[in-house]
Design a protein around this ligand. Structure first.
Ligand code: GDD
Ligand code: MN
Length: 379
């Protein structure tokens, strides 16, 4: 608690700038877009007290250096540089939580979104009682011109129809990455967010305690002029995972589902390698050893690329992680076999001891991998 005199002595200087609107800009390898983005925002937001917060995941192209260089002379601009982390949604969450303005807006850092819509979006929050305003490519006045190909367009429409099965409010563009809202409501909802993947708006709308008042506004999605899209097959997988997580009300951790899925793929690989080696005349012992090693290696790579994508191990840490992962899985396998054998000799069945052994091995592998092999911010 601050005492009266403390508040007084800490009173802000008269020139301090308090923003009403925080514009959150997730960016990764957008070096060439940062400067023009600030200029475009400044042109669009005349008469509004705004600030821009770039959230960069330590882009190799030095995006945050450019943002910081602008921030040195422009107090409306800030930059958060996250190290060892990746993800559009989680970047947006951190950006919003770092702000204290009454309203926030989220906009891509590649200038594909039409920033001239921002004043109207802010007005709808201020005056129309909206909790969230979504800039839609498919509402009146909107345009999806920037979707680079027919398959991107198709992907978008398939995604939207899937989402409509879950979403409490009907929106023409629930997959939009351009929206604005009240920070207090976001703050309340933040602990329930999944923070996975690209679709922070969807995550948000599926996580609020009571359905928010959502309004739409048409906006053009422009083609990209500078840099490259970061949409990949992984992002699409993460989108599926987000929907699953919300379907199960967050009861099963996404990481666990991914880890189990990878484990299942590992089983298939193990079986294939085993069969292939046996058919080429290798002894069973050798074939089984080879299959185990191949399955462990692919599982490690898949988990590193998908399950723990946001804390991917690289360089020497990758090798250390691999050795640790193999040790962990070795112990997991021993526990699996031990428990299954014990149950098998106590009862007659085969299926239950087998499944229980595998389940315990899986939980062990997951728990220890998550705390030992892929620790956050490990050096
Ligand atoms: N910090 C951070 N970390 N930023 C990221 C990351 C990341 O891992 N991945 C992407 N970004 C930034 C990009 O630099 C860009 O400014 C913005 O997020 C959008 O990424 P793009 O790679 O340009 O996405 P897109 O054009 O394919 O997809 C857009 O369209 C979707 C609608 O179909 C995005 O706006 C989505 O948010 C939107 O939903
Ligand atoms: Mn883009």
């Amino acid at each position: 608690m601050l005492t009266g005199s403390e508040t007084q002595s800490q009173a802000a200087p008269a020139a301090a700038h308090a923003a009403e609107l925080s514009v959150i800009i997730p960016c990764y390898n957008e070096r060439g877009n940062v400067g023009p983005m600030v200029a475009q925002l400044a042109a669009a937001l005349g008469g509004i007290a705004w600030e821009a917060i770039f959230v960069d995941d330590d882009s190799p192209d030095g995006t945050s250096d450019v943002a910081r260089a602008i921030a040195v002379t422009d107090p409306r601009v800030r930059c958060i540089r996250r190290i060892g982390r990746r993800g559009l949604s989680s970047a947006v969450i951190e950006g919003i939580l770092s702000s204290s303005a009454k309203y926030f807006a989220v906009i891509d850092g590649d200038r594909q979104h039409d920033e001239t819509r921002l004043p109207e979006m802010l007005r709808m929050l201020r005056e129309d009682g909206a909790d969230v305003v979504v800039a839609s490519r498919f509402a009146d006045g909107g345009d999806a011109a920037g979707l680079s190909s027919a398959w991107r367009y198709r992907l978008s429409t398939v995604g939207i129809s899937l989402v409509h099965k879950l979403l409490p409010v009907k929106l023409t563009d629930p997959m939009s990455g351009f929206f604005a809202g009240r920070r207090d409501l976001f703050e309340q909802t933040a602990p329930s967010l999944t923070g996975q993947g690209f679709k922070i708006l969807l995550d948000y709308l599926l996580s609020t305690k009571t359905p928010p008042v959502v309004r739409e506004i048409g906006a053009t999605f422009r083609p990209r002029v500078e840099g490259e899209s970061k949409l990949s097959i992984l992002v699409i997988v993460q989108f599926g995972a987000l929907l699953l997580d919300k379907l199960f009300h967050g009861m099963v951790p996404l990481r666990f589902m991914s880890f189990a899925g990878v484990g299942f793929v590992g089983l298939i690989i193990h079986y294939l390698v085993l069969m292939l080696s046996l058919s080429s005349g290798i002894t069973f012992g050798l074939a089984q050893t080879g299959a185990t090693l191949v399955a462990m290696l692919t599982n490690f790579q898949l988990n590193n690329a998908i399950t723990y994508r946001d804390m991917k191990l690289k360089g020497s840490r990758l090798w250390r992680g691999l050795v640790e992962f193999m040790l962990v899985c070795g112990i997991g396998a021993a526990a699996n076999i031990g428990i299954a054998r014990m149950l098998y000799y106590q009862n007659d069945g085969v299926i239950w001891p087998g499944l229980l052994g595998a389940a315990i091995g899986l939980v062990w592998n997951y728990a220890v991998s998550s705390t030992l092999v892929w620790r956050a911010r490990r050096r």
